[in-house]
Design a protein around this ligand. Structure first.
Ligand code: ZN
Length: 136
C-alpha cells in the first residue's frame, strides 16, 4: 500500500548553493548529506513535517541526474511514495501495467530500499517507491 508522499526529489547543478537557497526558503537547514555511489549522486534532505525534500546533484557525467539536467534543466526529478511492503507493491503495480526501471529493489539514500517506475507509464513523472530499510 502507498501510504504517503515520502519526499520530492529536485535535480540541482550545485548542491552547496542549493542547500543555502533551500535553507532560506524553509527557514531551516538540511538534516543530512549522503553520497549514493551506485547512482552517481550527492543528496541532501530537508524535513518538512511528514514529508521531505531531497536535492540531488550528479557526481559524474553518466549519472541519471546529469542526463536529466542536460535534457530538461534543473527542477523536479521524481516523487517518492512510501510503501509498507515494497515487494507486494512491485507485484501489484506490475500487474496493473506499470513499467519498472529496476525489477529488483535497491538501496537508496536515507536508509531506504527503493524501486523506480518508468515515467512513460506514469504521465511523465518519475515515481520512486520507498520502504524503510530494516536494520539487522
Ligand atoms: Zn528520492
Amino acid at each position: 500500500m502507498i501510504t504517503k508522499i515520502e519526499h520530492i526529489g529536485i535535480a540541482v547543478k550545485n548542491i552547496d548553493s542549493s542547500n543555502e537557497l533551500f535553507k532560506k526558503l524553509f527557514g531551516k537547514a538540511h538534516y543530512k548529506i549522503e553520497q549514493v555511489e551506485s547512482e552517481g549522486v550527492s543528496t541532501s534532505f530537508f524535513m518538512l513535517g511528514e514529508t521531505k525534500v531531497e536535492l540531488l546533484e550528479a557526481t559524474n557525467e553518466n549519472s541519471a541526474i546529469a542526463k536529466f539536467i542536460e535534457k530538461r534543466g534543473e527542477g523536479i526529478h521524481h516523487i517518492a511514495y512510501a510503501v509498507d511492503n515494497l515487494e507486494t507493491e512491485i507485484e501489484r503495480l506490475k500487474k496493473e501495467g506499470f513499467d519498472l526501471i529496476n525489477q529488483v529493489p535497491k538501496n537508496g539514500a536515507d536508509n531506504k530500499r527503493i524501486c523506480f517506475l518508468h515515467p512513460k507509464t506514469t504521465n511523465g513523472v518519475l515515481v520512486e517507491l520507498c520502504e524503510d530499510r530494516k536494520s539487522n
